[in-house]
Design a protein around this ligand. Structure first.
Ligand SMILES: *Cc1c(COP(=O)(O)O)cnc(C)c1O
Length: 408
């Protein structure tokens, strides 16, 4: 584990050193880049607070992180902050998701949606290139509790979505439905599969159990890839359940999406895409010839400040500190569940997650709306969810639980 807490002065120095080793538009002779410093009426370099604000300074210096920096070549202009992105990816891939040293590629994507689409893009292109597949021979398998970005990916990339029913109580894949859908897929000409498993679904915080699902897949398919959508759970579940197997130590798993802008409390724009070495090459756009090293990502230009924000958060807490923060959220979630049990209110909760999803029959809509719980479907809610984030403090939880008790 290389991931240790660092004092703010060290963090600040590292970020400013990185900015100094980037090219600066106001000091160097840069004629060719179609970018410049930000508008100086609004975003002036000499604002006095900037010298103590490494993240805001990175925003103002506006380094472009276009491309994929875990591959050897890359744009040379902003190599200082590129190195910080490479460090973020290393820490997440190796220390959290158990990848072997240098055996992965990835980038900081605008969010989980793009990272999930990127995964499907990589595998679709692999099947087209290596297996001469047609679009209509590629299926994308996921549970109905998956994030809606799966449907965006299927739609954009022209692969067949195969959503699978889940059990109403356990939220696990319905294996009978899986068998039936796989048989139908086979007979309708689907020859290749992309399988997405969730490390915490958005609505329930449920985590897919790989073995029974992949056993059914393997019984029928030889050519498939497994992607993990850990957009929500990636910065909590591996900390609260260190024995979890949804990581690169598992040879079945080829790629992972992790959002910084959910559990990590980073600014929006901090999704992470990671995959095993050799795969991201299938998303290479060789025609991106004016970009040094060409491009392997969906988005193109992106701000280096996003990677810097994640690096600063990770370095502020260290592994142990982050684990402690996440365990605290689990304690608070337990507190809610204990009272729900006492009141015989039905709910779903994965014990290693900070999401509680309450059966809508068991809670009044007034209380749900008063506390801004989120419905599975606001028109006809069947479930209301609570997400115990850092701002959900004990006194708010107590207030909510008192209201619940009074209403029974
Ligand atoms: C939020 C979420 C996404 C999409 O992430 P964005 O960052 O909003 O694009 C994908 N999958 C899951 C499970 C999520 O919770």
């Amino acid at each position: 584990m290389t991931w240790k807490k660092q004092p703010f002065t060290t963090i600040k120095k590292r970020v400013f050193d990185a900015l100094n080793s980037n090219m600066n538009y106001n000091e160097q002779t840069i004629l060719g880049l179609p970018a410049t410093y930000l508008d100086q009426e609004q975003f002036y370099f000499n604002a006095p607070f900037l010298k103590d604000a490494p993240f805001l300074s990175t925003l103002i210096y506006n380094p472009n992180h276009i491309g994929c920096h875990t591959l050897s070549q890359g744009e040379s202009y902003f190599s200082g902050t590129h190195k910080i992105e490479i460090e973020v990816l290393k820490l997440v891939a190796e220390d959290i998701f158990k990848a072997k040293k240098n055996e992965y590629d990835g980038y900081v994507a605008p969010g989980g949606t793009e990272a999930n689409i990127q995964a499907v893009w990589v595998y679709r292109n692999y099947f087209i290139k290596e297996k001469q597949a047609n679009h209509n021979e590629i299926g994308f398998l996921f549970s109905k509790d998956s994030h809606y970005s799966t449907y965006k990916a299927s739609n954009l990339l022209n692969v067949t979505a195969i959503p699978i029913e889940v059990d109403q109580y356990t939220r696990e894949w319905d294996l009978d439905n899986l068998k039936q859908k796989l048989s139908e897929a086979k007979s309708s000409g689907i020859k290749y599969l992309i399988v997405q498993l969730n490390m915490a679904t958005t609505m329930f915080g449920s985590v897919d159990v790989p073995i029974p699902i992949l056993t059914e897949v393997k019984n029928r398919y030889k050519d498939y890839f497994v992607h993990i959508d850990a957009a929500f759970g990636g910065f909590i579940y591996p900390f609260t359940k260190p024995k979890c197997k949804l990581n690169f130590a598992n040879p079945e798993i080829s790629s992972i999406t992790i959002d910084g802008h959910k559990m990590l409390q980073a600014p929006y724009g901090t999704g992470i895409f990671l995959c095993r070495k050799g795969l991201i090459n299938y998303a290479q756009t060789e025609e991106a010839s004016y970009v040094q090293g060409t491009d392997f990502t969906l988005c193109g230009s992106r701000s280096g400040a996003n990677a810097v924000s994640m690096w600063m958060i990770l370095m502020t807490h260290g592994y142990e500190g982050w684990k402690y923060n996440m365990e605290k959220l689990i304690d608070r979630t337990d507190r809610i569940c204990n009272v729900l049990d006492d009141l015989k209110i039905r709910y779903f909760r994965n014990p290693f997650m900070n999401i509680v999803t309450i059966n809508a029959d068991d809670i009044s809509e007034n209380i749900a709306l008063k506390y801004h719980l989120v419905a599975d479907n606001f028109k006809t809610p069947k479930w209301w969810k609570i997400v115990v984030m850092v701002h959900v403090e004990k006194y708010i939880i107590d207030q909510f639980l008192l209201d619940l008790q009074k209403s029974r």
